[in-house]
Design a protein. Sequence first.
Length: 171
Amino acid sequence: MTPTNTFAPELTDTHTTPSVHIVDFEPQYEQAFKDLNKEWISAYFKMEASDYKSLDNARSYILDNGGHILVALHENTPVGVCALIKMNDPVYHFELAKMAVSPTMRGKNIGWLLGQAVIKKAKDLGAANLYLESNTSLTPAINLYRKMGFTEVYGRPTPYERCNIQMELIF
């Protein structure tokens, strides 16, 4: 099956980036969205109530509320995911969340491709900014966010025990 809704990123280094297509979420990717996220969260932290809320109810929690999920496909196999969650917030329009890349595909620019696709999607939807939460122990992720232009913000409430850094990207 050939993906119909694709984001074709420009690949800057074909030696480290495999052929990857970023596509919009479809029901057949629901398990990959859960599995890829549960895998990294469980490896570094513990699953929290907010994780289960978004991963077990992606359609009602993310998609039906004006959000989107993008999936990175390599040879038609999901190897990365990222959510764009619509926020009910006076400052931020969307949250970049639940970005996960298969351990076998890390270091191949897939996080960058997903991040760029999510930023483009947010801009296309008229957003003026993006928000995210993370943990500074995830050094490659924090470096990626900074490379994408995110900067730190402070003092926002968070449902995550593991969150010790909050960032924003203003378009």
